[in-house]
Design a protein around this ligand. Structure first.
Ligand code: GLU
Length: 318
């Protein structure tokens, strides 16, 4: 990878980290630490209904159990709301935002183009066409609304370290939710720039939304980092690994006899590092890590097979 290697991991404290999240965290950490980069931990706690302090604590414990440490204080998005408001005002000042009164159901019903599973429907621009006077009257009357950007279907792409070229048409996405809180796609690029992050490593499920964040960074004249979207770990049924697949979190695995070092060995094998019996911490993997050996495609695994000690490769479902 070119340029700097300061990175971060940014979990949402909405539940325990599972093997897929832990693998992404490990890759993010190794990308930075293998090049003596800084590594920060950002807590994406903008969703007040789903974020819980106890999940934050268990996530930090799990990362530390694997030897994934971080520099400086945790950064919580909930502490940065004023900064996001400021970013929103800068977009307003460029006339790049508008209030949207559509409900979720209306957006889904109006979305013309088919969209893939898990991919949010592109907003069809209904409220962009409202007359300014009507828009103002509805806001003044207190009608619930979110704020969207006027992206004018810009085509935005980036070179991903793992996925190659990713390019999409950016829709009029939400930058402030109906509850008045900044949306992730606004907050994230502002954070990366303010924290001087060189490389963003995160799950491949977020790759389709990254062009939106690049769009924000460009409009606000913020530094655009490099990206590496780590393929997902799926359960035997092909759905993203989740609690119902069993043995997906460090706690569940440890309850079934796999300690943190054993999980580290599984994760190492999953990113192309031959595990050694002497590995006890992520630090032990630094010299053997190369991003070139991280798999490029999503993988289906059967966590049940870990429990007989057969390792990552034999738990892969080909
Ligand atoms: N908080 C997001 C998640 O856990 C990740 C955000 C990011 O890494 O940019 O899916």
């Amino acid at each position: 990878m070119a340029s700097g290697h300061d990175g971060r991991f940014a979990p949402s404290p909405t539940g325990p980290l599972h093997l897929g999240n832990l693998r992404t965290a490990l890759v993010a950490w190794l990308v930075s630490r293998a090049h003596d980069g800084r590594f920060l931990l950002r807590v994406d706690d903008l969703d007040p209904d789903r974020s819980r302090p106890e999940h934050e604590v268990s996530q930090l414990d799990d990362l530390l159990a694997l030897g994934i440490d971080w520099d400086g204080d945790l950064v919580r998005q909930s502490d940065r709301l004023a900064r996001y408001d400021d970013a929103l005002s800068q977009l307003d000042a460029q006339d790049l935002t508008y209030p949207c009164f559509c409900t979720r159901a209306e957006v889904l019903a109006a979305a013309a183009a088919p969209h893939g599973p898990g991919v949010e429907a592109p907003y069809p621009g209904t409220c962009a066409r409202l007359a300014r006077s009507e828009r103002t009257a509805r806001v003044v009357a207190g009608e619930p609304h979110c704020i969207r950007v006027r992206a004018e279907a810009a085509t935005i792409g980036f070179e991903d370290e793992l996925l190659g070229r990713v390019e999409t048409i950016v829709d009029d996405f939400v930058v402030r939710r109906r509850d008045g809180v900044a949306a992730y796609n606004l907050a994230s690029p502002v954070d990366e720039a303010d924290l001087a992050i060189d490389v963003v490593v995160r799950g491949a499920d977020l790759a389709p939304t990254t062009p939106r964040q690049v769009w924000i960074a460009e409009r606000l004249e913020l530094h655009v980092p490099q990206f590496a979207h780590v393929p997902l770990v799926l359960g035997p049924d092909g759905a993203r690994l989740a609690k119902r697949h069993g043995a997906a979190s460090l706690d569940e695995l440890s309850a079934r006899g796999l300690d943190a070092a054993a999980v580290l060995a599984l994760l190492a094998a999953s990113i192309g590092i031959e595990p050694r019996a002497t590995d006890t911490s992520a630090r032990d993997l630094v010299d053997r890590f190369s991003i070139d050996r991280v798999p490029r495609g999503d993988e289906r695994i059967d966590p049940a097979r870990f429990l007989d000690g057969s390792g990552w490769s034999s738990s892969r479902i080909e």
